[in-house]
Design a protein around this ligand. Structure first.
Ligand code: HEM
Length: 415
């Protein structure tokens, strides 16, 4: 059985495909003709016993699966539909200690604790540091330009603020921030041969980041500092995180909050510069709705997966217990049943019920408010500093199976 009405072997998680584009035309066809559709994967592309998954492409179905964890579990490796190489049972077991791969009630306990670090008040308390940081990042980028004033937007601007925001949030000292950045890159980029990162290097980086964070947590237990880490790990109160759990949480943040926001910023810049009317509008009015539209338009996380806990039915298809189900946020975010003119990039779109941060269930993105603030702050600083920014080349895309990534975006200033 293959995806009906699509070329034989079509797989929306294929790194060869995603290195060149997100398959929006194919998603549109699936939404119309086979919104829940079986996609086989070539043998060896996954480390799972089966070789395929159900592609869920409509907004309503992605929401349904996300909000029914009793039917669709997160315990089997949610982030990876396709894995180039082998993922062992041990690795899957180890990943179950990360909240993204937990089900209620276990997930509820951890989520309730870590949520304390992400209250509106906690995010507001970062505002002035992040605003200042955004301004500095943009100014330093302008000083770093080549002879013709051009620079790579990704490395000079997009990577910096998300990293600094997470480091600020968990209180990583300035001198250690570059290490966290290096480790988090190594964990995500192993699909792209350009980075020459093996699974071993990725695993080593993960171990280092966990070790580092556990030390940070232990230090705060010893000597409380009144910051978020202290609040999450304070030993005396019941219902706090152990140092191990804290280490795994930081590992999750380093991946979940870093690459995602970086790619939203890179795609946002590309979208604004390729839609000059929207860029002009942004510079003039700075609409508060812009950041959400950037996330809808770019959908930095293309898909996550769930596993059926029992035989069930979705979109008229029979789903068997143990079947893997891919939630294609990129497709849901262009569903014409929900969005008027979904193919139009409109920074004043309101309402904008996109699923870029997930389908609204228990795993809904913890960092949504922070990410939207970061996007706002960085484009505000860019509009102030580089009103005449222009594209100086096509984006170079990241090779991977679930991130809509840009690894290079050349821009120039003026003329
Ligand atoms: C979960 C997207 C930024 C932390 C998720 C999920 C998505 C997502 C799709 C899964 C939702 C689900 O399974 O229902 C994004 C995008 C971002 C972004 C597109 C940027 C534009 C951030 C930031 C942080 C963060 C800045 C933290 C600093 C998390 C965490 C989870 C999560 C901890 C797991 C929540 C759980 O399992 O309960 N994100 N995210 N994210 N995100 Fe984000």
């Amino acid at each position: 059985m293959s995806c009906p009405h699509l070329p034989e072997g079509f797989d929306a998680t294929d790194p060869d495909l995603l290195e060149s584009r997100v398959p929006h035309p194919e998603f549109a066809r699936l939404r119309r003709t086979a919104p829940v559709s079986w996609c086989p994967q070539p043998r060896g592309a996954t480390g799972f016993d089966d070789d395929g998954y159900w592609a869920v492409t409509r907004h309503a179905d992605v929401k349904y699966v996300s909000t029914h964890p009793e039917l669709y579990s997160s315990r089997e490796n949610t982030a990876i539909i396709r894995f180039n190489g082998h993922i062992s049972r041990d690795q899957i077991e180890a990943q179950r200690l990360i909240m993204l791969n937990m089900d209620p009630p276990e997930h509820t306990r951890v989520r309730q604790i870590v949520q304390r670090g992400f209250t509106p008040r906690a995010i507001r308390s970062l505002e002035s540091a992040l605003r200042e940081r955004a301004r500095r990042i943009v100014e330093e980028a302008s000083a770093s330009g080549d002879a013709d004033g051009g620079f790579d937007f990704v490395t000079r601007i997009a990577v910096e603020l998300p990293l600094q925001a997470i480091a600020e949030l968990i209180g990583v000292p300035q001198e250690d921030r570059a290490r966290i950045f290096d480790w988090s890159n190594k964990m995500v980029a192993y699909d792209d041969p350009e980075y020459a990162i093996t699974e071993e290097i990725g695993a080593e980086a993960a171990a280092e980041i966990i070790g580092y964070s556990m030390n940070l947590a232990a230090a705060r237990k010893e000597c409380p500092a009144g910051d978020i880490v202290t609040r999450l790990v304070a030993a005396e109160d019941e219902g706090n995180l152990s140092s191990d759990e804290f280490g795994l949480f930081v590992l999750l943040l380093a991946v979940a909050g870093n690459e995602t926001t970086r790619n939203a910023i890179s795609h946002g810049m590309h979208a604004l510069l390729t839609h000059p009317d929207q860029w002009e509008l942004y510079k003039r009015e700075r609409p508060a709705t812009a950041a959400d539209e950037i996330v809808r338009w770019s959908s930095p996380v293309i898909s996550f997966q769930r596993t059926a806990t029992r035989d069930t039915e979705l979109g008229g298809r029979e789903i068997r217990k143990g079947d893997r189900v891919g939630l294609f946020y990129s497709s849901a975010n262009r569903d014409p049943e929900v969005f008027e003119n979904p193919e139009v990039f409109d920074i004043t779109r309101d309402p904008n019920p996109h699923l870029g941060f997930g389908g609204g269930g228990p795993h809904f993105c913890l960092g949504k408010s922070l990410a939207l603030r970061e996007i706002d702050l960085i484009f505000g600083a860019i509009a102030d500093t580089f009103p005449d920014l222009r594209l100086a080349g096509d984006p170079r895309r990241l090779r991977g199976s679930w991130l809509n990534g840009i690894k290079e975006l050349r821009v120039g200033i003026g003329g």
